[in-house]
Write a protein that binds this ligand. Structure first.
Ligand SMILES: [Zn+2]
Length: 88
């Protein structure tokens, strides 16, 4: 296989540019690549979801679900507890 540079593009073989090569590679492996990224998304979704449902200890001392933490920090229960903690 002959490789030469024509300034901006690296030419592989006869007249294939890197982009064409990538396109062909993608076409050839489309199903495999799509299945892989789909699996990755599902796995990550589960992971993120599990993380959001995990209970965490807030600095006020209450245990809150991770996805509720932002809301919780604005609620009066948290604010009051933080006021008490601040007094010490
Ligand atoms: Zn809190």
């Amino acid at each position: 296989m002959e490789q030469k540079t024509d300034g901006t593009k690296v030419v592989i073989g006869r007249c294939e540019t890197i982009e064409e090569y990538r396109k062909k590679y993608y076409q050839k492996n489309k199903e495999k690549l799509n299945a892989y990224s789909k699996e990755w998304r599902i796995k990550n979704k589960e992971h993120i979801y599990a993380q959001l449902n995990q209970r965490v200890r807030c600095e006020c001392g209450l245990s809150v679900k991770h996805r509720r933490l932002r809301e919780h920090r604005k609620c009066s229960r948290h604010i009051n507890r933080m006021k008490i903690i601040d007094q010490y």
